[in-house]
Design a protein. Structure first.
Length: 445
């Protein structure tokens, strides 16, 4: 009788122990699921905040295009509408987090964003830019920082719970290994899948943080690079105003410097606007027969002011291209060769079948091997050196984007001690190409 009672008690204790362990595991799983859901809500708010800021930036850039007649009211209104919807979704998801700080910061950021978008919709670009530089530029980083801190707190809680659950799981695993091996296998699979999902989420968060850091660095660099030519233009103009106009030689030199700085500024702005139009899927091309020689005559003199003579070798036929986009490509490649290549620049053209190859060649050291695979990406520079004047890290990216948009290709070659950036375009008249020298090309233009 005593043995039977002892056996029954042992079985009862074992059943109670297993039940308690199962209940503890189920409670922990429920708690972890709640925390995972909170992390998901915070990730959604963070994504909406980043996307909303990108939409606002696109709307500001397109407002400049709208005033210049480079885009349409419909495209601008569509970007503004997308930005409003994103900010609305962000505030709704922020409320789902039940975090007062996140809710308040999201509401503040959304309020400033809506006022900025309303100003753009009303055509008040200056007021919109003032809002962007004021409350919006303060509210968005504050919201992102609050989201990051809240996520870190939850992750720390989850890590602590995981450590505690590990001890419990060891004892539970021992019991289940004796009683329910199949159940143990199922629990193991569930835990493994959960850990994989957590690792993937952590990797995505790290990637988003790196993207945010890169974007912040880019904005800081662009601000500096745009300010540099503006400061030069303003300073040279002041020198002219103060009396240098009476000295023709000095005046001519200062005017040349102003023209050079203005050209660099124009090229940087063109690259920024082109990248913004591409992101907004608003980049268009007007393909037509284009005289390559005339385009080179239009582009080369601005660079010969400072880089010296630039020889043109080969044929200068008619090609199929957008003349405005083609000039932007040539300017970007010549500026890249001037800033990063050797002092001797030349343009070499040749015909291959029904296509023209136009190469911008310099005698510099070439692109470092570690950058060759990424040279046509956005915001790529050599090492950690500061950006050179006239560079925002978009020149080669925009050049390839435009060439491919015109049905061609852009590639880099290194041969015979020279660097070659080769533009390949379709010929408009494959039988009408004749060798033309630089003097003849200028005369034709």
């Amino acid at each position: 009788m005593r043995r039977a009672l002892a056996g029954a008690m042992a079985v009862g204790v074992a059943v109670l122990a297993v039940s308690a362990l199962l209940y503890a595991n189920a409670s922990g799983t429920t708690w972890l699921a709640g925390r995972t859901s909170q992390l998901g809500d915070l990730d959604l708010v963070l994504t909406d905040a980043e996307v909303g800021q990108q939409r606002i930036n696109q709307a500001l850039l397109l407002a400049v295009d709208l005033e210049a007649g480079l885009t349409t009211t419909e495209v601008h209104a569509d970007v503004i509408d997308h930005a409003r919807r994103t900010l609305g979704a962000m505030t709704t998801r922020a409320e789902a987090t039940s975090d007062p700080t996140v809710v308040e910061l999201a509401a503040t950021y959304a309020e400033g964003g809506f006022r900025l978008l309303d100003a753009l919709a009303a055509g008040e670009r200056t007021a919109a830019e003032s809002i962007a530089l004021g409350e919006v530029s303060l509210a968005q980083p504050a919201l992102v920082e609050a989201l990051a801190e809240r996520r870190q707190t939850i992750l720390a809680e989850v890590e602590h719970a995981r450590s505690s659950a590990g001890i419990t799981a060891t004892g539970m695993g021992f019991v289940l290994a004796l009683l329910l091996p199949v159940a143990m296998f199922a629990v193991y699979r569930a835990l493994a899948r959960r850990q994989v999902r957590q690792a993937e989420r952590a990797a995505r968060l790290a990637s988003e943080r790196e993207l945010s850091r890169t974007k912040d660095e880019f904005i800081a660099n662009v601000s500096h690079e745009l300010r540099t030519p503006l400061t030069g233009i303003y300073g040279f103009a002041q020198v002219l105003e103060e009396g240098s106009l009476l000295d023709p030689e000095t005046s001519y030199e200062l005017v040349n410097l102003i023209i050079g700085q203005a050209a660099e500024l124009s090229r940087m702005v063109d690259d920024l606007l082109t990248a913004a139009r591409a992101d907004a899927d608003a980049l268009s091309f007007e393909m037509q027969r284009v005289d390559l020689g005339a385009e080179l005559v239009d582009v080369i003199p601005a660079f010969e002011r400072f880089a010296g003579p630039i020889a043109v070798e080969g044929v200068l036929p008619m090609v199929l291209a957008d003349p405005i986009r083609l000039r932007q490509v040539l300017r970007n490649l010549l500026a890249n060769a001037r800033n990063h290549g050797g002092p001797k620049l030349r343009i070499v053209t040749s015909v291959s079948g029904s296509r023209l190859e136009c190469a911008v060649v310099d005698d510099g050291e070439g692109v470092p091997p570690e950058l060759e695979e990424r040279m046509f990406d956005r915001f790529v520079h050599a090492g950690d050196e500061p950006l050179r004047m006239g560079s925002v890290g978009l020149g080669l990216f925009v050049a390839r984007l435009l060439v491919e948009g015109m049905g061609g290709e852009l590639r880099y070659e290194r041969a015979g001690g020279s660097s070659r950036f080769v533009v390949v375009l379709d010929l408009a008249d494959p039988t009408g190409s004749q060798p033309v020298g630089l003097t003849e090309a200028k005369a034709d233009g």
